[in-house]
Design a protein. Structure first.
Length: 121
């Protein structure tokens, strides 16, 4: 008897081949199912990342505007530039107790904006 171009010696050989084919099919189905699940997760995560990036940009702009307004008030009340920088920096530092590289980056940006705002007027 021949099936799939393979000469089989007995019905037991055919049964074992059928079992292997069934197992391979089940494995392929499982792999396909998991792959589709992961692809869906990747797409959802990608969309979420774009939304978070847009939120971060809006919050960054809001922080920049707030720092500039704060510095304008400080300058208007004749606070010296070095004191204005210290006040802005302390306000931003106190915004978060977890001082990681992200927090330090925000502090550095706020200080740059403060300096620019103080000397732009």
């Amino acid at each position: 008897m021949t099936d799939f171009g393979i000469r089989l010696r007995s019905s037991d050989d055919f049964s074992r081949l059928r079992e292997r084919a069934d197992a391979a099919r089940a494995q392929a189905q499982h792999a396909a199912k998991e792959y589709v699940r992961v692809r869906r997760t990747v797409d959802a995560t990608r969309q979420e990342a774009w939304e978070l990036r847009a939120d971060a940009a809006a919050l960054r702009d809001s922080l920049r505007d707030s720092v500039m307004a704060y510095v304008a008030v400080l300058r208007g009340t004749r606070v010296p530039p070095e004191r204005a920088i210290v006040l802005v920096k302390s306000a931003v530092i106190e915004s978060d107790s977890y001082r990681d590289r992200h927090h330090r980056g925000v502090v550095e940006e706020a200080v740059r904006w403060a300096v620019d705002a103080y000397y732009a007027a």
